[in-house]
Design a protein around this ligand. Sequence first.
Ligand code: GDP
Length: 435
Amino acid sequence: MYENIAAISTANGTGGVAIIRISGKNSLNTALKMFKPAANVKRIMPNYMYSGNIIGDGFEDYGFMVYFKAPRSFTGEDIVEFHCHGGVRIARGILKKVLSSGARAAERGEFTRRAFLNGKLSLASAEGMADMINAESLALVRAGSMMYFEKLTAQVRELQDGLKDVLARSAVEIDYPEEDSDGVDFAEISKKIKSLQQSVSALIKTYIGGKKLKSGVTVAICGKPNAGKSSLLNALLGYDKAIVSSQAGTTRDIVEGEIEINGVKYILTDTAGIREQAGEIESIGIERAKNAIVSADVVLSVTDGSGEADIPREFSGKKFTVFNKCDKVKPSGCYDVAVSAKTGAGIEELKEKLAQTGAVEYASDKVFIIEERHYDALSRAAEFLKSAADNIGSYTLDLITVDLKEAWSALGEITGETANEEIISTVFAKFCVGK
Ligand code: GDP
């Protein structure tokens, strides 16, 4: 166990309750120096809430104290929490008192770092927790929680176990080559390595969707002036964000808004109407619109019957033609969905279509790779496995085991087993103070 650390664990703002957390071997002694229980208490029991006066720096507050005894606590050490009234000045005043009573200020993510070092969670689980905390969409909360609940770690450990198995078989042959010379079945080892390669590449593939879950699926709404792009953006958002006007050239810059469809975040951009003979300011808007379209995952090409706008050739995503103003004009020609941005008809169908674009093959019970760090480690593991698979016929087994061990070690960076100090520090530096 380490020295006491303390921090305000709730967000920096005014709220009903604020929590000040202390972790370390003397946390209870420190806490008791500044707590007056309301009732006569002989002994502080773990996991019970005690009401009483919390002594802050220059004031007292009435609140609660709870003690979690090591190792049954978040960090695996003795933890004490003060639950006080949620005023910024109150929480800071109590923290100040804690720091002068026997603790030092915790660094970013230091509580979770201790939890990791004490074996309470894997590194991937800690990252999943941070992803959950920072998530802006339900899908990201779920993807983060899959990691937090060690689902990714379990898959990675299974791969590592598979590697260990191959390594053990190879070791027998390396150590006792003279015994039973056909004891090692190279075809069998090769088959196992190939199967591991497939599992690793299946995980790697989830990063395409995982990245989208994190950043959001980008949807550019484009079309000729007055087709109803701004109206469609507003209809999809459910509130008026973009200015709607019958005067062509009204949207001169990109207007963005976010919606969640089936839990996934979509970033919608209303692009300036692409037309010839535009003024200087509008031309800049059109240039930006083109860039937004090219980098978008999906383009909604809006038409009201007067034709579609040209989509830059560089666009390689999915395009949907949306026939707008179906309350006024009978849809005709080629289109994917007919809507009326004015009445809302067809808008839900359009949302369903967006969810089916395949930009994210989202399933709530699926493990997604959402951290670039994990993607890098898996990619390295894949390279070592490929090298082992390629060389199995031509090199000696001990050379192949070098690759297999490297693959094992790369996978271990995800769970934290083989993560060095630099990796660990980088992970926890992204956390907030108090977590
Ligand atoms: P943008 O230039 O493509 O962004 O088009 P706007 O959204 O500004 O709309 C241009 C005009 O078409 C406005 O007068 C809107 O009120 C009208 N409009 C947009 N959508 C609809 C619709 O679904 N039905 C009808 N009847 N009018 C619409």
